[in-house]
Design a protein around this ligand. Structure first.
Ligand SMILES: Nc1ncnc2c1ncn2[C@@H]1O[C@H](COP(=O)(O)OP(=O)(O)OP(=O)(O)O)[C@@H](O)[C@H]1O
Ligand SMILES: [Mg+2]
Length: 353
């Protein structure tokens, strides 16, 4: 009944993905203290994909986007975007890469647009800087229409709402038809309704133009707008949620979200905090290979606390198992209380709304 599925990040399939990060490391040194912002991160986006990247503050999201946009250089590992090796780019190639291969939208609405230019002039300026050929005026009109902001073409940023400014910023970012669109918290300064409409705009751009899109956010509700959400924890991709629709036995469409742990090339994965907490796992754990899953048990014997009376007829239950990326539909009979959330277990049925 259940599917045994594990995402392994591979980089060798035919047709290069638009974004490939493999064992990516970025170490910052500030006042003699080293911060490992990215600790062997793996990520792959196929051409035309739309992916949300979520994670707690400080988990490395902006560091990753800085690298993918060519602003920053990683300490080690592999980072390839639109066929460019970001560790090997020379200075001029890097400038060309930033102008032609990637588009970028920042969180701060004021950082995306030149304040003294109108929306149309901002888009035209981006085309001019990139040396775009063809009818630039037509292209300006076209992208403003795609983003539904043709009505504010002659206004300067201060004369637009925050949502309009971010839509124009997306228009600027995609004007030159980059292969990859990167957005770092593009809705961070917007209210909920405006955020949802800007995210919908990004989804529509992705669908209509096929630009590979990575949206960074710490808003977990973003995953409702995208088919794939990658979570980053402590500088590594830890889990992914894939959404799809299925038709149930009554013919009704249902949205289904499945969460997976990310297993890297050398077999590492991160156990969710709540799993670790539920069993008090620390330092060493015991692994055993079961017929269709891997069991993770506390490494130390669990000492009984207040020694409650044990019913003589009932045998001791086996130690609880935490299943990793090989999910099973239901815990084995006799397994003690499951962790609070059914991660990596059966698909979550959700409203199709
Ligand atoms: N230039 C820098 N110098 C030193 N440390 C840095 C630098 N940039 C980021 N860091 C550190 O790297 C880690 C990751 O930071 P990053 O900005 O990537 O996090 P983030 O996930 O984008 O967080 P937020 O959600 O708050 O934006 C943090 O510990 C941060 O303090
Ligand atoms: Mg950030």
């Amino acid at each position: 009944m259940e599917k045994t599925e594990t995402r392994v990040i591979e980089t060798t399939e035919t047709g290069e993905p638009d974004v490939v990060c493999s064992d990516l490391v970025r170490i910052f040194t500030a006042q003699g203290v080293e911060v490992q912002a990215l600790q062997g991160l793996n990520l792959r986006l196929d051409r035309g994909e739309l992916v949300a990247l979520i994670g707690a503050s400080g988990s490395g999201k902006s560091t990753l986007l800085g690298i993918l946009s060519g602003l920053d250089v990683p300490t080690a590992g592999v980072a390839r975007v639109a066929g460019h090796d970001l560790l090997a780019l020379g200075r001029r190639e890097r400038v060309a890469f930033r102008r032609r291969s990637v588009g970028f939208v920042w969180q701060q609405t004021g950082r995306n647009l030149l304040p003294y230019l109108t929306a149309a002039e901002n888009v035209a300026a981006a085309l001019a800087v990139a040396g775009a050929r063809g009818d630039r005026e037509a292209r300006v009109r076209e992208v403003l229409e795609v983003l539904d902001v043709a009505g504010v073409a002659d206004r300067r940023p201060a004369q637009m709402s925050g949502g309009q400014q971010q839509r124009v910023a997306i228009a600027v970012a995609i004007a030159n038809e980059p292969r990859v669109l990167l957005a770092d918290e593009p809705t961070g300064e917007l209210d909920e309704a405006t955020s949802a409409s800007v995210l919908e705009a990004m989804r529509s751009v992705n669908e209509r133009l096929g630009v590979t899109t990575l949206i960074v956010t710490h808003d977990p509700t973003v995953s409702e707008h995208v088919a794939r959400t990658v979570q980053i924890r402590d500088g590594r991709t830890s889990t992914e949620v894939l959404r799809s629709t299925r038709t149930d036995e009554h013919g009704a469409e249902q949205a289904v979200a499945e969460e997976f742990a990310v297993l890297d090339r050398v077999g590492r994965l991160q156990l969710p905090h709540d799993f670790v907490g539920a069993l008090g796992l620390h330092d060493r754990v015991r692994l055993s290979l079961e017929p269709n899953h891997v069991a993770v048990r506390p490494g130390q014997e669990q000492r009984p606390t207040a020694a409650p009376p044990i019913p003589t007829a009932v045998p001791h239950p086996e130690p609880s198992t935490v299943q990793d990326a090989a999910p099973s539909a239901a815990p084995a009979a006799g397994t003690p209380a499951a962790p609070p959330r059914g991660r990596h277990a059966a698909p979550t049925q959700e409203d199709a709304s």
